[in-house]
Design a protein around this ligand. Sequence first.
Ligand code: MG
Length: 441
Amino acid sequence: MPAAAARGQASRPNIVLITADDMGYGDLGCYGSHLTTPNLDTMAGEGVRFRHFCSASSVCSPSRAALLTGRYPARSGITRVMFPFDTYGIPATETTIPQMLKTAGYRTACFGKWHLGSQRAFLPTERGFDEYFGIPHSHDMWPRPLMRNTEIVEDPARLDMLTQRFTREAVRFIGEAKESPFFLYFAHTAPHIPLEASSSFKGKSPLGRYSDVVREMDWSVGELFSALRENGLDDNTMVLFTSDNGPWYQGSRGGLRGVKGETYEGGMRVPMVARYPGRIPKGAATNAFASALDLLPTFGRLAGAALPGQPLDGTDIWPLLSGQQDSIDREMFLYFDGLHAQCARLGRWKLHMSRYDTPPWLPGGRVNLPLPRPELYDMENDSEEDYDCAAENEATVTDMRARMERLLLTLPAPVMSAWRDTMRRRVEDTPIGAPPVEIKP
Ligand code: MG
């Protein structure tokens, strides 16, 4: 094969994107967990591990919308967890990763959890995937159909066999699609509750059911790598593993503050491991910030696909993945809860501007309140967000707040309205001389 053709082929890798559901930053062995994840640890040893990778939301649907569009959830209107009878979904005006890759000749498949609209018009096969097998929303919701493309094949879906069946479909797809470049989006339902494992894994870990489920997920990753090797695809396939948000009840936040549903790091910082033999250095780890918003532009570059015409919020992170650079210039990253931009990350700094008055797991309406004073945390030295160093870094706070407000103006108008509503509360609700608004932990 001529060298140019070989380079051309190498520049169009197969892409396998594996996502866990509600898996915490500290749930993989390679991130310090005591859980057993040998296949993912091997993958990390043969690729790169990100220490500062965030999802774009602390809950499922917005996170997945952002992952597949490279845009903040506020742009697609998927700003909260979706339910089975919601009549909306990821809009047709959004271009998804599989839609983009199909223009470059990719075959596409989605197996597992969708959660971006359960009505027919919003299912994966209507939004860029050639085929789909999975549950269209969360497996703790009812009804719980198992679907192949747009047809229900089992209702309710049997939970203990989900990982086995999704894996079987993925292995089949890899074998069938090997002649063309392909994009496989394997969205595990695990380890989100309810926790169920097949008989091969259930009750086998001394660490309990969560560990059983994580072990089965890790087994599944190993099966995918076996399939890639058996089909001669290992060298030209980039495999990525990440999670949609932080842990809910059982996973580990890995020492970070906060959990699922919060814009503290524990709610949004997730594992991210990527392997692509010969292109991504082995055993690398990076402290550079990156997010799920970055995957679409990165995949577009590698596939030679034209990027969508709509404004993107992510950045091509191939220079980080490939080890060519240890940092990249990028726009500030916003931590959203619904329409509320509560925090922002720029370089080493994370600025907190507002927070809900109650944690997400308590019943009742929640009010987003401005913090009495903005809080600033040094992510290089204080990932726990323990020590507020705003007072020592006033210029940074002022600069970040100004950048944040400029960036918010580029987002849909309801985002700025939500910001102004929140910030107005500070002026109207806190009389001069009164003690600061008390924010419950
Ligand atoms: Mg989730």
